[in-house]
Design a binder for this molecule. Sequence first.
Ligand code: GUN
Length: 292
Amino acid sequence: METMLLKGAVVRDTVFAELREQVVAAPRPPGLAVVLVGDDPASQIYVGHKEKGCETVGFHHVTHRLPTDTTEEDLLALITALNRDPAIDGILIQLPLPVGIDQSLILRTVDPRKDVDGFHPENLGLLVAGTPSFVPCTPKGILRLLTHYEIPVAHQRVTIVGRSVIVGRPLALLLSLKRAVGNATVTVCHSGTTDLAAETRRADIVVAAMGAARFLGPDHLSAGTTVIDVGINRVEAPERKRGYRLVGDVDAEAVKGHVAALTPVPGGIGPMTIAMLLENTFEAMARREGLA
Ligand code: GUN
């Protein structure tokens, strides 16, 4: 079976083109503030992609790069200032935060109207209630990618491996909502799931979001399955100049030719996350301007 590659980078380009047009027609460019605490190498790269995305679509953007030993108090003061800043529509606190900082407190401090990541308890609560406002970017990007490639979701069995607040949990909620791209039968698995392969094999769509390099292989996946690989893991690659390469949570080489469709890493879900972040930021601007 030929495996169709679900190229998020292509869909991202379409979303960016639409956003560029919307920005030109808007009363002012949307503004995004990104807060990065510490020197986690992966976070530095993600933040770089977010900055580049803002440049491409013509958003105003500011990145606050703070040292690892930043105090919770200083971080709270910065968020309070950004909440009040009229030029800022969206605030993104890059996760993970360094140990010692209360992540939950930080996320609760972001004004829910500027919470373009959808991690504030108010926005998560609205999702649970079935009336979502800002939806977390990776789950939203997964739905958009499935829609683009016309992969049915309603009445399908979806198994999600990973229950993080960034991906697994909000995605399970979204997919189970009674709406056009929803109505799925969702199972959420995790590292302690008994007989994980039995859960993934009976799914029509498998979402790998547990952060374990090349963990899911052919034994976990039935022919005909659509596989969404959210993982971005570094593995050593001495032949490469930078010494590593990026692989997903799925053993892509081993499952190609076996499953129906697969998102590549890189170039699959990563670009979709950025595209949805910028869409959410435009939405935040439109709401603040009374346009939406
Ligand atoms: N770290 C990994 N993914 C994400 C994301 O989508 N948003 C934020 N803020 N941090 C992340």
